[in-house]
Design a protein around this ligand. Structure first.
Ligand code: GLC
Length: 544
């Protein structure tokens, strides 16, 4: 039976397994690496770990292209290692959440291979195979990774398959009851192993109501036919009723272009237990052409986050994940106010209402790469964005890389974790890492050095996490916005017997801000003055 309070009670920490800890020194992080760091995670205070995909995959989209849902990729270890992880985590009262990628499978999945081999195979109907229209694909939709979302089937005349992402990620057909049954079996398989829930990849795109042409758009053309469709709700509700309700487990959805109205639809009948919104994550990019950077203004981060706080009863809140650049680089100040801004962002994030998601490395203030070049690129999205910019905007690849690198390049978030200042930051024992390291691990940005520094970002995160874990007002209290300077996040969290005031200046300038409160629960490095806030000053007061 589901216990709602439990998953609302804990902080979730996202692990990008390839980059967390490489126990066998092959250049890739692995499950045994994660096990070896469970004590660190326990000490940090997080209660749930969400693992990005560890299933068998071709890594065309780093694991989000699954070949076999029932196998662990040997790079990460074995099913036994995974079971051991659940057991070891459980000993420390930590739960494991898997990434559920069911909008698409790899084109190397046996279902897709069978569908290609035999046109009469039942697996043909697991996907969308359609004839082209004359010389054109079946419709005008485009892939989220640029270009058409239809790819020609090799060896067949005028036949295409649908892929909303890379050409190696074929979309599953949820009009087919058998596909729904397959997913239910996958859910059961992992729930029976003791998994505590799933982060559901692009979950509001799984049902394509029709394959008609979409209204013209540069991005997501066709989305009115596949985003948050009525049957999408029905299918998720079935997963809950027919499977999840029998376990103590939850679903968090990755939901693109979500509005409060649609979000409430997903929550109302318990189809999803919470979801992620993406409004705030676009605050420093052009919304039509995201590879163009928009100057960061704190109010553009604060306002959408505030908007969502009371728009839905519960939400997953985050600043970083494996698809976003590092928050201190984007919203803070790497140079002059590195620690102050990292701590200000920590106070802001961890004082919000909802389930808090921390992404690996956020707690030690990991930053975007510096000095990386087009040759270093791994991210398939960044690569295709460069191709498109080169073709459509007629700019050189180098120029396109410079734009992409400051906006949508996901490699920044995926560099190996920094454990110490030794070889490869202690990620492994010297084997070349699958993605370049961020060199700042030698300059104090690593766990070991930060644990030894009482003023470090890591020690501040630990304090803040402890405060949140022990404080029900921060976890469950009401959220009330307070009028302030537009670049200052000022809000109240209120429960029956306690009221907290949170004030965070998210700019590099001092600002006026009047307060009378005295009892400080937590604050970053400054002395407190009740008339002004210093650059990136953040304070949590207890009012009542
Ligand atoms: C989600 C994942 C992202 C992946 C995409 C396609 O957005 O977070 O990493 O590329 O889905 O599966």
């Amino acid at each position: 039976m589901k216990d709602n309070r439990r998953f609302k009670n804990k902080i979730i920490y996202q692990i990008y397994p390839m980059s967390f800890c490489d126990s066998n020194n092959d250049g890739y992080g692995d499950i045994n690496g994660i096990i070896s760091k469970l004590d660190y995670l326990k000490d940090l205070g997080v209660g749930i770990l969400w693992l990005s995909p560890i299933y068998l995959s071709d890594f065309k989209d780093n694991g989000y292209d699954i070949i076999d849902y029932y196998k662990i990729h040997p790079i990460f270890g074995t099913m036994e290692d995974f079971e051991n992880l659940i057991k070891e985590a459980d000993k420390r009262d930590i739960k494991i959440v898997m990434d559920l990628v069911i909008n698409h499978t790899s084109t190397n999945h046996i279902w897709f291979k069978e569908a290609l081999k035999d046109k009469n195979s039942k697996y043909r109907n697991y996907y969308y195979f359609r004839e082209g229209k004359g010389k054109n694909p079946p419709n005008n939709w485009n892939s989220s990774f640029s270009g058409s979302c239809w790819e020609k089937v090799p060896g067949e005349d005028n036949m295409y398959y649908l892929h909303l992402y890379t050409i190696e990620q074929a979309d599953l057909n949820y009009h087919n009851e058998e596909v729904i049954e397959e997913v239910k079996n996958i859910l059961k398989f992992y729930l029976d192993k003791g998994v505590y829930g799933f982060r559901c990849d692009v979950i509001n795109q799984i049902y394509k109501t029709s394959l008609e042409n979409g209204k013209f758009r540069f991005f997501n053309c066709g989305k009115e036919h596949y985003e948050s469709q009525p049957m999408n709700h029905v299918i998720l509700k079935r997963f809950q009723d027919e499977v999840l309700s029998k376990y103590d487990a939850f679903l968090v959805g990755e939901t693109s272009n979500i509005t409060p109205e649609i979000g409430n639809e997903f929550l109302k009948n318990g189809e999803l237990d919470m979801f992620f919104e993406f409004d705030h994550s676009m605050c420093d990019m052009n919304s039509f052409v995201p590879i163009f950077k928009k100057k960061f203004k704190a109010k553009n981060l604060i306002n959408p986050i505030f908007k969502w706080q009371n728009a839905v009863p519960w939400i997953g809140v985050y600043l970083e994940n494996h698809d976003q650049r590092r928050s201190v680089t984007r919203y803070g100040n790497e140079d002059k106010y590195y620690k102050e801004s990292a701590k200000a962002l920590c106070i802001f994030l961890l004082s919000l209402k909802g389930t808090i998601f921390i992404y690996q490395g956020e707690e030690i203030g990991m930053l975007d790469l510096k000095g990386n070049t087009i040759e270093d690129l791994d991210d398939c999205l960044a690569k295709s964005a460069i191709d498109s910019a080169h073709k459509l905007l007629k700019i050189s690849r180098k120029r396109a890389f410079n734009l992409v690198n400051k906006t949508v390049n996901r490699d920044h978030a995926r560099t190996p974790f920094q454990w110490n200042s030794k070889e490869n930051a202690g990620f492994n024992r010297g084997h070349k890492t699958w993605l370049m390291m961020n060199s700042n691990y030698t300059q104090g940005v690593n766990v070991e050095d930060e644990l030894n520094d009482p003023n470090s970002i890591l020690n501040f995160y630990k304090e803040m996490i402890k405060l949140r874990n022990e404080n029900d007002t921060l976890k469950f209290g009401k959220f009330i916005k307070v009028k302030s300077n537009k670049n200052v996040a000022k809000f109240i969290r209120e429960s029956e017997d306690e009221t907290l005031l949170i004030v965070v200046n998210l700019t590099a300038k001092g600002v006026k801000d009047n307060r009378e409160e005295k009892e400080v629960l937590l604050a970053n490095d400054y002395e407190i003055n009740t008339k002004t806030l210093k650059p990136y000053q953040g304070i949590i007061y207890k009012i009542k």
